[in-house]
Design a binder for this molecule. Sequence first.
Ligand code: ZN
Length: 320
Amino acid sequence: MKTLKILTFLLMLPAAGAAWATEVNVVAAIPDLGVMAKRIGGDRIELTVLASGREDLHGVPARPSFIPKLHKADLLLTLGLDAEHAWLPALAAEARNARIMEDREGWIEVFEGVELEDVPEVISRAEGEQHAEGNPHINIGPQNGRVMAENIAYALMEFDPAGEDLYQANLDAYLAELEAMEASLRERGRRLRGHTVISYHADISYLARFYGFEVIGTLEPKPGIEPTARHLARLAKESRERGVCLVIYNQAQPAKLPEKFAKRVDAQAVMIGNMVGAVPGVETWRELQEYNLRVLLEGLDQVGCCPPIRSASTWTVGIS
Ligand SMILES: [Zn+2]
């Protein structure tokens, strides 16, 4: 009995320097960054994720419950490129934690090193555009996962050098997994190559680059600007001329408009996920990429889509 008591007592003791001791308080703006941080940081990090995954990346409701979480954060993981511009900087300022204010050492932007899409020649927010510095939806592109994961790992190593070996080992394993995932997705997504599509918001540029299809226009005239009848009429005409087969939107956008537009141009509307957690069953970043490929291919099947207008041999972008 005495032995059992001692054993129980020992099991209850916090193990100093144990592998599971929490060392870093991490807040992730969106679930994609959270699942990656957990994968790399394991039990050394305490994780809070702000966005639910079902929301619009640019319009996550600024819940008061975020403030205390941000107040004690060591690292705040963001996509960057002002993706979270409308809701996160003000919250971080409100949290009174100098470390994680925008442009401070704890505010981490994981886009650094990604090959950017849609970088404008002139940076302007004159009409309220949401993509003023380039396309921020890097998490939808399978090709960007490795850079995102590396940036998260390096931020953890810098803040918590004692955990470097663990972070590096977990990163190496994850990178190998992502590399294999990319090859597999590319192979299975070959049928998408050369097709023309429309998207609701300009959020699929990286996805299009990866699979080699072309986004010829968006239902929004500019990112974050409401569609107008005149813009949609022009887009419908171009869609018919260019043989558009998919109209792609995400779970945070109203389905009615893309569904209606797809019918108007004899295409198929497809709902992708814009973040981990977008739909039930998408709980890891790999599951998000698998889900998006599946619905895109199902969309092609449903519409019995026309052959690609460009031949695959002339379409080399993003194809290894
Ligand atoms: Zn956007």
